[in-house]
Ligand binder design. Structure first.
Ligand SMILES: *[C@@H]1O[C@H](CO)[C@@H](O)[C@H](O)[C@H]1NC(C)=O
Ligand SMILES: *[C@@H]1O[C@H](CO)[C@@H](O)[C@H](O)[C@H]1NC(C)=O
Ligand SMILES: *[C@@H]1O[C@H](CO)[C@@H](O)[C@H](O)[C@H]1NC(C)=O
Ligand SMILES: *[C@@H]1O[C@H](CO)[C@@H](O)[C@H](O)[C@H]1NC(C)=O
Ligand SMILES: *[C@@H]1O[C@H](CO)[C@@H](O)[C@H](O)[C@H]1NC(C)=O
Ligand SMILES: *[C@@H]1O[C@H](CO)[C@@H](O)[C@H](O)[C@H]1NC(C)=O
Ligand SMILES: *[C@@H]1O[C@H](CO)[C@@H](O)[C@H](O)[C@H]1NC(C)=O
Ligand SMILES: *[C@@H]1O[C@H](CO)[C@@H](O)[C@H](O)[C@H]1NC(C)=O
Ligand SMILES: *[C@@H]1O[C@H](CO)[C@@H](O)[C@H](O)[C@H]1NC(C)=O
Ligand SMILES: *[C@@H]1O[C@H](CO)[C@@H](O)[C@H](O)[C@H]1NC(C)=O
Ligand SMILES: *[C@@H]1O[C@H](CO)[C@@H](O)[C@H](O)[C@H]1NC(C)=O
Ligand SMILES: [Ca+2]
Length: 518
C-alpha cells in the first residue's frame, strides 16, 4: 500500500492552527536565547529541562483507548494538558514513527510503509534522516543524554540494514527491540549487542523490562546534563499478550457498538466495500477479545508510567521534566465491518492520545488545537532551547500552547471595550463601568468599602445609584468642551439601561439622545 499525507479535507495545517490573537506568543522568546548550546553551557542550577516521550503502539483515542490508563491520566493528563485533536499524518507504525523522530511529513522523510523497500529503517533512512532526528540534535547540539528503550522502527535489526549492531546516530543509551512489537521471545539490541529474551514473566515481559531499564537509567545516568528518554512500548499492539495478573480483567468489556460498528462502508473506497456485513459471530467474538486484551496490555503501561513518575519524583527531577504520552496510530475494532487493524483514513485510525505535563504547564487543561505528531520534535527542541529554524522540520512547537504563562487568560479582544465613570466623594467613592460586549456587562465598585475592587456590587447596589451612574456615563460619553466640565442635572425620568452606550446598539442610542439632547 502507498501512504500519503492526509488528503485535503482531512486534518490539515492552516488557519485553524493559528493561535487566537490573545495567546501570549511572546512568552516563547526567553527560551530561544541564542540556541541551546550557549544556554546549556550556562551556570549550573539553570539546567535545561528533561524530557520523557512515552510512545505506545496502536493505541486509539476514539474507541476509548485511554480508558484503562487511570494512573497515566491522573499523573500526566490531570497534571498538564490533554490534546483532544492530536493526529498522525500516516496511520501506520513505521511512517508515523519516522514522522515523530524527524518532525516531517512522510513525503519529506520518505518512509512510506513498514518494509525496507518502503524506507523503514533502510540504509538511506539511516544515512539521510537519522542524523537529523530531534534526539540526534538534542545529543549533538544541546548536550542531552539520550536514552531509547523499546520498539523503534519495524525493520530495525534487519540484516540488510546493519542488523542489531546498528545504533542510530543520536542515542547515548540504546535498548531497542528487533523488528515489530512482541511481549516475549524477542531480541534486544543493547547498545549494539544482541540479547535474547524468553518467556518468563518476571524477567522477560517486555513492558516491564522497559520499565526496569528506564528506572535504572534514571538512577545511573549522569546528573550534570539534562536527559531525553523515549520509551516505546509494544502495548497494545498484537499479539496482545497481557501480564499474568491482568489476564482476567475487563471480562465484561466489549468493543464499543458505536454508530459505525458493523455497518457497511457502502460509499467508501474498495478496501472498505469488500468487507462482509454483518460480520460473522466468530469475527465479532475475535474482535471483542482483541479489544479486551489490548486494554489488558495497557495496564502494564499504566504501571510503567506510575513507576517512572514516582522515580522522577523520588530523584527530585519531576518538576524539571516534561512527560509526553502518545501513540503511533489509532485502531479500529469492527468499524465499517473491518474486524481489526489501523491504516485507514478515518478518525479512529488517525487520531491518537496526547497528554503532556511539565514545568510551566498548568494542570487539568484540555486543548482542542489541531496538532500532529510532527509537532513533537519541534516542541522538544524548543524545550531544549534549539531554534526550529535551524532544522528542516515540518512541524511546529506546541510550547506556546502548553506553557501559556502566567495564565491562559485572554487579556485583550475587540470586545474588551468599556466605558467607566469614577467618582471620589466620601459617600460616592465609586467606579461604574459598562462593557461593549455581548453580555453588556456592568461592573460597579465602592472603593471606600472595597479598595481592592474584589466585589462587583452591580447587582446589589441601590438601583437609583446605578441609574445615576449610568446617566453620568452617558453624559460624559457625548460631552464636548464645557459640557465635560459640568456634571449635568440628573433626569429623574431616566431609566437605567446600559444598552444605550455603544455604537453596536446605535439605533437605541440615537433615540435616547434625541429624546434627551445635551
Ligand atoms: C527512500 O528514501 C530515499 C532517500 O530519501 C528516496 O530517494 C527514495 O525514493 C525513498 N523510497 C521510497 C519508496 O519512497
Ligand atoms: C512498500 O513500498 C515500496 C516502495 O513503494 C513498495 O515497493 C512495496 O511494495 C511496499 N510494500 C508494501 C507491503 O506495501
Ligand atoms: C517462546 O518460545 C518458546 C520456545 O520456542 C515457545 O515454546 C513458546 O511458546 C514461546 N512463547 C511465546 C509466548 O511466544
Ligand atoms: C523466572 O525467573 C525468575 C527470576 O530469575 C526465576 O526465579 C524463576 O525460576 C524463573 N521461572 C522459570 C519458569 O524459569
Ligand atoms: C523488574 O524489576 C522488579 C523489581 O526489581 C522485579 O521484581 C521484576 O521481576 C523485574 N521485571 C522484569 C521483567 O525484569
Ligand atoms: C450470532 O449472534 C446473534 C446474537 O448474539 C444470534 O442471534 C445469532 O443466532 C448468532 N448466529 C450464529 C450463526 O451463531
Ligand atoms: C524543583 O523542586 C526542588 C525541590 O523542591 C527545588 O529546589 C527546585 O528549584 C525545583 N525546580 C524547578 C524547576 O521548579
Ligand atoms: C483535575 O481535575 C479533576 C477532576 O475535576 C480533579 O479531581 C483533580 O483534583 C484536578 N487535579 C489538579 C491537579 O488540579
Ligand atoms: C524563524 O523564522 C521565522 C520565519 O522566517 C521568523 O519569523 C522567526 O523570527 C525565526 N525565529 C528565530 C528564532 O530565528
Ligand atoms: C467576546 O468576543 C469573543 C470572541 O469573538 C467571544 O467568544 C466572546 O463570547 C465575547 N464575549 C462577550 C462577553 O461578548
Ligand atoms: C460605600 O461604602 C461605605 C463604607 O462601607 C459606605 O459608608 C457607603 O455608603 C457606600 N456607598 C455606597 C454608594 O454604597
Ligand atoms: Ca503502530
Amino acid at each position: 500500500m502507498r501512504l500519503l499525507p492526509l488528503a485535503p479535507g482531512g486534518p490539515r495545517r492552516g488557519s485553524p492552527r493559528h493561535l487566537p490573537s490573545c495567546s501570549p506568543l511572546l512568552l516563547l522568546l526567553p527560551l530561544l536565547l541564542g540556541g541551546c548550546l550557549g544556554v546549556s553551557g550556562a551556570a549550573a542550577g539553570s539546567r535545561r529541562p528533561n524530557v520523557v516521550l512515552l510512545l505506545t503502539d496502536d493505541q486509539d483515542e476514539v474507541l476509548g483507548g485511554m480508558t484503562p490508563l487511570k494512573k497515566t491520566k491522573a499523573l500526566i493528563g490531570e497534571m498538564g494538558m490533554t490534546f483532544s485533536s492530536a493526529y498522525v499524518p500516516s496511520a501506520l507504525c513505521c511512517p508515523s514513527r519516522a514522522s515523530i523522530l524527524t518532525g516531517k511529513y512522510p513525503h519529506n522523510h520518505h518512509v512510506v510503509n513498514n518494509t525496507l523497500e518502503g524506507n523503514c529503517s533502510s540504509k538511506s533512512w539511516q544515512k539521510i534522516q537519522e542524523p537529523n532526528t530531534f534526539p540526534a540534535i538534542l545529543r549533538s547540539m544541546c548536550g542531552y543524554q539520550t536514552f531509547f528503550a523499546g520498539k523503534y522502527l519495524n525493520e530495525y535489526g534487519a540484516p540488510d540494514a546493519g542488523g542489531l549492531e546498528h545504533v542510530p546516530l543520536g542515542w547515548s543509551y540504546w535498548y531497542a527491540l528487533e523488528k515489530n512489537s512482541k511481549y516475549y521471545n524477542y531480541t534486544l539490541s543493547i547498545n549494539g549487542k544482541a540479547r535474547k529474551h524468553g518467556e518468563n514473566y518476571s524477567v522477560d515481559y517486555l513492558t516491564d523490562v522497559l520499565a526496569n531499564v528506564s528506572l535504572d537509567f534514571l538512577d545511573y545516568k549522569s546528573n550534570s546534563e539534562p536527559f531525553f528518554m523515549m520509551i516505546s512500548t509494544p502495548a497494545p499492539h498484537s499479539p496482545w499478550t497481557a501480564a499474568p495478573q491482568y489476564q482476567k480483567t475487563f471480562q465484561n468489556v466489549f468493543a464499543p457498538r458505536n454508530k459505525n460498528f458493523n455497518i457497511h462502508g457502502t460509499n467508501k473506497h474498495w478496501l472498505i466495500r469488500q468487507a462482509k456485513t454483518p460480520m460473522t459471530n466468530s469475527s465479532i467474538q475475535f474482535l471483542d477479545n482483541a479489544f479486551r486484551k489490548r486494554w489488558q496490555t495497557l495496564l502494564s503501561v499504566d504501571d510503567l508510567v506510575e513507576k517512572l513518575v514516582k522515580r522522577l519524583e523520588f530523584n527530585g527531577e519531576l518538576n524539571n521534566t516534561y512527560i509526553f504520552y502518545t501513540s503511533d496510530n489509532g485502531y479500529h475494532t469492527g468499524q465499517f465491518s473491518l474486524p481489526i487493524d489501523k491504516r485507514q483514513l478515518y478518525e479512529f485510525d488517525i487520531k491518537v492520545p496526547l497528554l503532556v505535563r511539565g514545568p510551566g504547564i498548568k494542570p487539568n487543561q484540555t486543548s482542542k488545537m489541531l496538532v500532529a505528531n510532527i509537532d513533537l520534535g519541534p516542541t522538544i527542541l524548543d524545550i531544549a532551547g534549539y531554534s526550529l529554524n535551524k532544522t528542516q522540520m515540518d512541524g511546529m512547537s506546541l510550547l506556546p500552547i502548553l506553557q501559556c504563562f502566567p495564565d491562559c487568560v485572554c487579556e485583550d479582544a475587540y470586545n474588551n471595550t468599556y466605558a467607566c465613570v469614577r467618582t471620589t466623594t466620601a459617600l460616592w467613592n465609586l467606579q461604574y463601568c459598562e462593557f461593549d460586549d455581548q453580555e453588556v456587562f456592568v461592573e460597579v465598585y465602592n472603593l471606600t468599602a472595597d479598595p481592592e475592587q474584589i466585589t462587583n456590587i452591580a447587582k446589589s447596589i441601590d438601583p437609583e445609584i446605578l441609574g445615576k451612574m449610568n446617566y453620568r456615563l452617558m453624559m460624559l460619553q457625548s460631552c464636548s468642551g464645557p459640557t465635560c466640565r459640568t456634571p449635568g442635572v440628573f433626569d429623574p425620568g431616566y431609566r437605567f439601561d446600559p444598552r444605550l452606550m455603544f455604537n453596536n446598539h446605535g439605533s437605541v442610542r440615537t433615540r435616547r439622545f434625541s429624546k434627551h439632547p445635551l
